[in-house]
Design a protein. Structure first.
Length: 540
């Protein structure tokens, strides 16, 4: 069965604390959602802010291949008309093919929050839905607090749905606004709603029925996805959620695992298999635009979702990938990763080296021993593939280091109210030649980097293209306070090529020096290995 996906990242998703999207950001995300195959994109609440109104103006000029744009707003105010209601008129101006109206389902909210009568609320729902149906719109009716309202007064909650259905709504969406419902309750209520609507003459069981049922859940009980799946299995066809579950408090229902579970586990159709392979990319793209770090442990799409670290697991996945994976990661655009760490067996080292195209020549044990020693001292190779590569390369008996750092001095000084200065002096050997260089820098690490390069550049001009693009420091033993060790992670680049290296020491300068050393030796070692391979193939 086809499921209709309704994305509200641009409206409900931006309710998340710390998340703010410009109009430009919203347009970018809308394009990406369209490529993913989402059926509806809720662009915002035009009555609530000018930014959303601008989005609706600009999205009209964007060609969407698949998705329909929806504007969100509430039913008309009590004792007023739609024509005189500013919020309703903002929805008219948004001029979208789909209008989503939110209304009250709970007598508590009608009487205490809206301060009107249950009867007037039914009229507000009916009038507002009919107003947009008369204007040829597809109308989605969001029944706010439906599950809580149902518990309080089932007959009234059902009556609000009847009001919307009779006025011509195309979809009735049951909202677990406070996110406190459990999957069994959700399924049971959806069943009751279906029976009720059938008695009223509305069949909601198929996607092409005149009226469909939808579900909108929140994650306050960590059950948003489970609740949405329960609702779908009970007969909801339309599902509302956000990318990465962004939303108020603990978030909205995360469309990413919902799509993957419905499609891969339960046989529903949400998007095409090609679109499903975009899932990882879409999740990371939206995180990047929202300026949030992607959750590395997110199910299906996280960097660690299919990472294998324990030695036994790695040995097993090397033989049968499915042995420790619930799905083939490529179906959602992710990949299996082998993590190298002190927990690893020789199999991890072998597979990781293979992935990097490195020959181990029987050195697994030596490399693993070295990794264990260094991890004990606070190093971590999981995110430092460049340093792992250098360990493997240096373990080869015929490895000739392109240079050797003999010693260094770093001086950081501040005189009066002048700026701080940093100077580094380095003693370094290339072949038989020993060199002394000195350089100043924006900080001690920068000065060190410059001094090392100054000595190396005459011998290795190719290092001129190598850039340090990221520098991160993390404290290894947080509970030790100042005695804790800094671990430095450096990311370097040459064109499209990237590698990260690690250093760890009680002294942050020494930790940086170690990571810097690996980061500069790696491109030279790679080039030598390549040159050697070419010579050998020419000779052979
Ligand atoms: Zn919501």
């Amino acid at each position: 069965m086809q499921i209709l996906l309704y994305d509200t990242t641009l409206r409900d998703g931006t309710q998340r604390e710390g998340l703010s999207l410009s109009v430009e950001d919203k347009l970018k995300i809308a394009r990406e959602l369209d490529l993913l195959g989402v059926h509806y994109i809720e662009g915002g609440w035009p009555g609530s802010n000018p930014k959303d109104a601008e989005f609706f103006q600009r999205i009209r000029r964007v060609t969407l291949r698949h998705a329909k744009i929806a504007a969100f707003g509430s039913t008309r105010h009590a004792d007023a008309t739609c024509d005189a209601d500013a919020n309703i008129q903002a929805l008219v101006e948004a001029d979208t093919p789909v209008v989503t109206l939110v209304g009250k389902s709970s007598t508590l909210h009608v009487e205490k929050v809206l301060e009107t009568t249950p009867q007037e609320n039914l009229a507000m729902i009916g009038d507002s839905v009919a107003y947009f149906k008369e204007r040829g719109k597809e109308v989605v009716y969001d029944a706010e607090h439906f599950f809580d309202g149902y518990k309080l007064d089932a007959a009234y909650a059902l009556a609000t749905l009847t009001a919307a259905a009779r006025a011509g709504a195309d979809c009735l969406v049951l909202c677990d606004t406070n996110g406190g419902s459990l999957p069994d309750e959700v399924a049971a209520v959806v069943q009751v709603v279906r029976q009720h609507l059938a008695q009223e003459g509305f069949d909601v069981g198929t996607p092409d029925a005149r009226l469909t049922l939808g579900i909108h859940t929140h994650n306050d009980g960590a059950l948003a996805v489970a609740n949405a799946i329960a609702a779908v299995r009970a007969g909801c066809i339309h599902v509302q959620g956000t990318i990465n579950g962004y939303g108020e408090r603990c978030g909205n229902m995360d469309l990413i695992p919902l799509i993957a579970n419905l499609q891969l586990k339960l046989g529903y159709r949400c998007v095409t298999p090609e679109q499903l392979r975009r899932l990882t990319e879409v999740s990371h793209y939206v995180a990047a635009v929202a300026n949030l770090n992607p959750d590395t442990h997110a199910p299906f799409v996280g960097h660690s979702a299919f990472a294998h670290k324990g030695g036994i697991h790695v040995a097993a996945v090397a033989k049968i990938p499915d042995s420790y994976q619930h799905i083939d990661p490529e179906l959602v655009g992710n990949r299996m990763r082998i993590v190298v760490s002190e927990l690893s067996g020789r199999g991890n080292v072998r597979m990781r080296a293979q992935e990097l195209g490195l020959e181990l020549n029987g050195n697994e044990r030596v490399v693993l021993q070295r990794i264990k020693e260094l991890e004990n001292r606070g190093f971590q190779f999981e995110a430092a593939e460049g340093s792992f590569e250098m360990l493997v390369r240096r373990a080869a008996p015929d490895y000739e280091p392109p240079f050797e750092l003999l010693d260094f001095t770093v001086v950081v000084s501040k005189h009066g109210d002048r700026d701080m200065t940093s100077q580094a002096m380095v003693k370094l050997r290339v072949g038989d030649e020993v060199m002394h260089t000195a350089a100043e820098g924006a900080g001690p690490v920068n000065a060190l980097d410059r001094a090392i390069r100054k000595a190396l550049l005459p011998h290795y001009p190719e290092l001129a293209d190598v850039q340090l693009v990221d520098y991160k420091v993390r404290i290894v033993d947080e509970h030790l306070g100042t005695a804790a060790k800094p671990r430095v992670l450096i990311e370097s680049a040459r064109g499209e090529e990237r590698w990260s290296t690690v250093g760890c020491s009680e002294n942050i300068i020494e930790a940086s020096f170690m990571a810097l050393w690996d980061s500069l030796e790696l491109p030279l070692a790679r080039r030598r290995a390549m040159a050697k391979a070419t010579t050998e193939s020419l000779q052979g």
